[in-house]
Design a protein around this ligand. Structure first.
Ligand code: 3PG
Length: 391
């Protein structure tokens, strides 16, 4: 459901779990504030409805019960105040009571510092539930964690619901994987098959084209009998890769294997890039990007797609000479009439570098949560909301 109808929130105490876990530099300056901006609609809706609003989030992975200076949400409170145009007070030691009036919003200090948060302790969750009339989960980025503010509190709060960000994320993911317009094309790239094996297997059942890149593509090339020089690959996963290729072929779907690549003799920002056919890769070379012929072919598949799911750059795009493959595919996603969804840290960096953010159908605020959804796992924070809705 969306945020509870406005007339039901007048004078109510609303507890919003957001994911405001944003990157900061060494001086505590926020370097990327997408998640904070994405949390604003839920807060504004609650405020406009006349609620007394409490917002919390984790930040980093602090030691429970040991609050350190770097754990503070103070920079987030400042940024949130700027975005909302009102003063957002930061509350410490809030578990036993929060002073907040209707029309006000307060930020409750890093919830992961509380003892029992990570263990999803019932006693802690009950105390937090007692702070509010309505619990709103708007934290998609933390939906794969069963913690006291993402899961336990939803068992005990009088009324619970999903916030607008969580709803939008689930709608977009449902549109992409639940009932996708075909062809459904997934791009899964990254350094290791092992870290994305479950995603690859899960998608192999659903997608029409499974485009692989990076070390993952190297392993698939090796599994197809190609030589890949000294490229990063996982020799112990060749059987798994073969099984995925066979499984896809059986249902008339494909894992396109690169025919040309960009190689270098070393991994460095100044490495000399050479384009060649895969068959010509030498023993002392490593593959750092897909070649232009492969990129053009994949771009055609992407442009014709009804749905595109993107996780991971297909080359070492941080170094420009190995960025062409990722750039061409990013541009194809931007040009495609299909619905696209993208997520993951490196993918977001590539979207920013090639400036296609406003041409992607939906950019997920989730890292681990996005990956777990692609793996086909249920997200505990969503599960508990659904259970409550059924009751
Ligand atoms: C993330 O950045 O992926 C989320 O905020 C979850 O953080 P966590 O991995 O520390 O739970």
């Amino acid at each position: 459901s969306d945020l509870i109808a406005a007339n039901q929130l007048q004078g109510k105490r609303v507890f919003i779990r957001a994911d405001l876990n944003v990157p900061q530099d060494d001086d505590g300056n926020i370097t990327e504030d997408t998640r904070i901006r994405a949390s604003v609609p839920a807060i504004q809706q609650a405020l406009q409805a006349g609620a007394a609003v409490m917002v919390t989030s984790h930040l980093g992975r602090p030691t429970e019960g040991e609050f350190k200076a770097e754990d503070t949400l103070a920079p987030v409170a400042k940024r949130l105040s700027e975005l909302l145009g009102l003063n957002v007070e930061l509350k410490q030691n809030w578990v036993d009571g929060v002073d907040v009036a209707p029309g006000q919003v307060v930020l409750l200090e890093n919830c992961r510092v509380n003892k029992g948060e990570k263990k999803n302790d019932d006693a802690l969750a009950q105390k937090m539930a007692a702070l509010c009339d309505v619990y709103v989960n708007d934290a998609f980025g933390t939906a794969h964690r069963a913690e006291a503010t993402t899961h336990g509190i939803a068992k005990f709060a009088p009324v619970v619901c999903a916030g607008p960000l969580l709803s939008a994320e689930l709608d977009a993911l449902g549109k992409a994987l639940g009932h996708p317009a075909r062809p459904l094309v997934a791009i899964v790239a990254g350094s290791k098959v092992s870290s994305k094996l479950t995603i690859l297997k899960s998608l192999a059942d659903k997608v029409d084209n499974l485009i692989v890149g990076g070390g993952i593509a190297n392993t698939f090339m090796l599994a197809s009998g190609l030589k890949i020089g000294k490229s990063l690959a996982e020799a112990d996963l060749l059987e798994e890769a073969k099984a995925i290729i066979d499984m896809m072929a059986k249902r008339g779907a494909s894992v396109p294997i690169p025919t040309d690549v960009v190689c270098a003799k070393e991994f460095s920002p100044t490495a000399v890039a050479t384009v060649k056919a895969v068959a010509d890769v030498q023993d002392d070379e490593m593959i750092l990007d897909i070649g232009p012929t492969t990129a053009a072919l994949l771009a055609e598949q992407i442009k014709k797609a009804g749905t595109i799911v993107w996780n991971g750059p297909v080359g070492v795009f941080e170094f420009d000479q190995f960025g062409n493959g990722t750039k061409v595919l990013a541009q194809a996603i931007a040009d495609s009439a299909g619905f696209s969804i993208a997520g993951g840290g490196d993918t977001l960096a590539a979207i920013a570098k090639y400036n296609i953010a406003d041409k992607v159908g939906y950019i997920s605020t989730g890292g681990g949560a996005f990956l777990e959804f692609l793996e086909g796992k249920t997200l505990p924070a969503v599960e508990i909301l659904l259970q409550r809705a059924v009751k």
